[in-house]
Design a protein around this ligand. Structure first.
Ligand code: ADP
Length: 404
């Protein structure tokens, strides 16, 4: 076995402390703070010279024991670690474990006299950036540049991920604030609105025909406005309640859910002669009451926005990798493709109230329920006239999506 000469800490730090400036090679200078995990000052000097020749301006420290290494990386920051793997007191590559424990990301290159291919692969697996043999030191600068470039990329990615996480948190907070605001506003506005609606109705009843026709008209507008505002406020409250209610997943028979939704719409279904056909609906984990609301809103729309034929609603489900994908299609008036996104926004409608009753709340409630189950809802083109709504529901709602 190769006998290693043991040098004192002073000898090693003398090598590291001597300022090493880059040779005038014409290359761009890169400042580098290096930690050597090495016991041979001659090797350190050679490595410093090699780097210097290639345009690096290096300052360095050296650690020979695990304790020394730990205390140095805690107190100073390094761009690079060049570690021999076989020191008398410890294996330099254990530095990788220490860095993991300290949660530090500094590229480590194993620079050693001999290293079998298997060992090299093992170190790279453990987190070393590269392995360079001492008799092939010419490779070191290229390896260092690659390590630094990879580290820069990792830093950039980490920064973007942190920025993204921060934005997501801000968005979640502002959404929660908005929801809170919508809830409080709609809840607290109900009482004064009820007063306005009641008293304008009272005015209308008491004074209709007793003032002039203009006055009758104005009172009529006020009653109408107050009632409309009441309906909007109630819808807004309904919407914000969906956002606040806990999703309570239970084993849910989707066929039974559609039957319940149809039962709730019995009068409209009978009056319009609607057929609701289901195919392959699963039993799965979902909140049955909320899912009933989704199907009820979609079937109600299929009836409301029907064409000249009797409405036919086809409901089916397809098993995907992690979720069920549902389709609810109708033979109604259809939706222009440029509105496939915006009609899910609260109060967004494509028709006047004179053409079709409603406030534009139904689809936004469907979207909220589906998203809180961890799914998505969208509209898809279909071969026949009408509309086709698709939505996904994960096999089990994710806890994050169901948080109130
Ligand atoms: P509302 O039905 O009260 O208008 P929704 O949020 O349920 O509110 O729907 C928003 C708009 O989307 C509707 O006003 C309508 O223009 C369009 N829409 C929804 N469902 C259908 C459908 N099945 N067929 C045609 N248009 C639809």
């Amino acid at each position: 076995m190769e006998r290693k000469e043991v040098f004192t800490a002073e000898q090693l730090s003398t090598v590291c402390d001597s300022p090493v400036r880059p040779a005038d090679s014409g290359k761009v200078t890169t400042r580098l703070r290096v930690m050597f995990v090495e016991d041979n000052p001659a090797d350190i000097e050679l490595e410093l010279l090699t780097l210097r020749k290639d345009g690096f301006e290096v300052s360095s420290d050296v650690a020979q024991t695990a304790e020394e290494f730990s205390s140095r990386i805690r107190t100073a920051s390094y761009d690079l670690i060049l570690a021999d793997y076989n020191l008398p007191q410890w294996r330099g590559t254990e530095a990788l474990d220490i860095m993991r424990q300290e949660n530090l990301d500094v590229p480590l290159i194993v620079v050693t006299g001999y290293l079998g291919e298997e060992k090299a692969v093992e170190y790279i697996k453990q987190g070393a950036t590269d392995c360079v043999l001492k008799d092939r030191l010419a490779r070191l600068p290229t390896s260092v540049r690659r390590a630094l470039a990879e580290k820069r990329l990792r830093d950039q990615r980490r920064h973007s991920e942190e920025a993204l996480a921060q934005k997501v948190a801000e968005l979640a907070r502002s959404n929660a604030e908005l929801e809170q605001f919508a809830y409080v506003a709609s809840h607290d506005l109900q009482e004064p609105l009820r007063m306005i609606a009641n008293y304008t109705q009272l005015l209308a009843e008491r004074y209709r025909g007793k003032l002039d026709t203009q006055a009758d008209k104005y009172i009529g507008y006020s009653v109408d406005g107050a009632l409309r505002m009441q309906a909007l406020i109630q819808d807004l409250l309904k919407f914000s309640r969906v956002g606040r209610a806990e999703v309570e997943p239970r084993t849910t028979d989707c066929q039974a859910v559609v039957e319940q939704a149809s039962k709730n719409l019995q009068a409209a279904i009978e009056e319009s002669g609607t057929a609701v056909n289901c195919k392959g609906l699963p039993t799965m984990m979902a909140d049955p009451a909320q899912l009933t609301q989704v199907f009820q809103n979609l079937i109600a729309n299929a009836i409301k926005f029907r064409g000249t034929d009797h409405p036919v609603v086809e409901i089916s489900a397809k098993k995907m990798e992690n979720e069920w994908m549902f389709a609810v299609s109708d033979n109604g008036i259809g939706i222009p493709a440029d509105h496939w996104q915006d009609i899910f926004v609260i109060f967004r409608r494509l028709h006047t109230r004179e053409e079709y009753a409603g406030n534009g709340i139904g689809l936004s409630i469907c979207k909220k329920i589906i998203e809180r189950h961890g799914g998505k809802i969208w509209i898809e083109a279909q071969a026949t006239p009408g509309s086709c709504f698709k939505f996904t529901l994960p096999f089990a709602p994710s806890p994050k999506a169901t948080e109130a």
